[in-house]
Design a protein around this ligand. Sequence first.
Ligand code: NDP
Ligand code: X2W
Length: 344
Amino acid sequence: MKVAIVGATGYGGIELIRLLRQHRHVTEISVFSSTQAEAPLTETYPHLQDVYKGILQPLDTEKLANEYDVVFLSAPPGVAATLAGDLLKGTASIVDLSGDFRIKEPSVYEAWYGREAADATITGQAVYGLSEWNEETIKKAKIVANPGCYPTAILLGLAPAVKNNGIDMTSVIIDAKTGTTGAGKNPSPMTHFSELNESMKIYKVNEHKHTPEIEQQLFEWNEDAGAVTFTPHLVPMSRGIMATMYATCTSDSSAKAWLDVYKAAYEAHPFVRVRENGFPATKEVYGSNYCDIFLDYDARTNRLTIVSVIDNLVKGAAGQAIQNVNLMKAFKKTEGLESFPIYP
Ligand SMILES: NC(=O)C1=CN([C@@H]2O[C@H](COP(=O)(O)OP(=O)(O)OC[C@H]3O[C@@H](n4cnc5c(N)ncnc54)[C@H](OP(=O)(O)O)[C@@H]3O)[C@@H](O)[C@H]2O)C=CC1
Ligand SMILES: CC(=O)N[C@@H](CCC(=O)OP(=O)(O)O)C(=O)O
């Protein structure tokens, strides 16, 4: 399989290269850049010396559409919306890592992203790539909208409870923490070392663009779902997301009963590990495609506390993108994604 990466000079792009190099069906990885064409990727990333010799190519939609089996779009919002129309005329399958095609209602996209929505016919055609829960539609997709990093951790953590009708949907509160690679490779005042080191920041309270993406999927699973409170925080680490979800149960329950529900839901899914005992840490999934989940039930408050952790660049971006390609191309689910967490 020949694959192309648009945005290969970014963090999502080089994570795709790291994983695709160990994918047994990948015969060629070509890299494309809007600003650095003709330069070897090692000029930007010397750690790839002797590992990846690709030269960055200028964006050429005709070539991308017809000379590759899969095109990964790993560029900022708006780029996929511009390129996808031409790309879809060709033979390549497309996986977009940005948010351009995730939100089905254009006015909702425009309100939260503050930019014009993509062509509605393309958004309508794009399949939401939450791998574990949309397997059958992903298998048939020509274009996949890869989920956001926060929604991946949050939705995997909430899904069994939400689909089980066991929680009051109006009670859901989501508190999440992320590392700095979530913001991409360009530094900003928010991610500056001396601003963030030995500190943590709350940001985009009640206005994060992942909120409608979370609400859209929750509503698809359970029509009682409405607006959720989602509060993101930036913490001083490079990779990782920890999402902590609180929800009131509709009847008395127990942690054991809920864990059984979660274990049954993810039994057939190798990348979601429902813990036997104890809450997971982000380091325990670092560099891997795992999402680790654990929960507790408080009989005093009748509330569930669910914790879900991922590596934002793997399960939250490049790893899930490859997991979706494995579904689209009928490869083994775990192909290219078998490396286990780097610990400690
Ligand atoms: N980082 C993360 O944890 C996650 C990121 N995402 C999403 O994935 C996408 C990539 O993120 P990330 O790699 O972190 O971002 P980066 O900022 O690290 O990289 C983005 C890359 O996009 C390329 N680019 C910029 N403008 C254009 C353009 N007009 N046309 C084509 N390419 C362009 C740039 O490469 P060049 O200048 O060489 O063209 C740049 O290296 C984003 O949409 C992001 O929101 C999704 C989930 C998680
Ligand atoms: C630290 C930080 O800034 N993280 C980013 C992660 C969002 C992201 O990656 O965007 P998409 O997945 O929607 O493309 C943020 O909170 O906006």
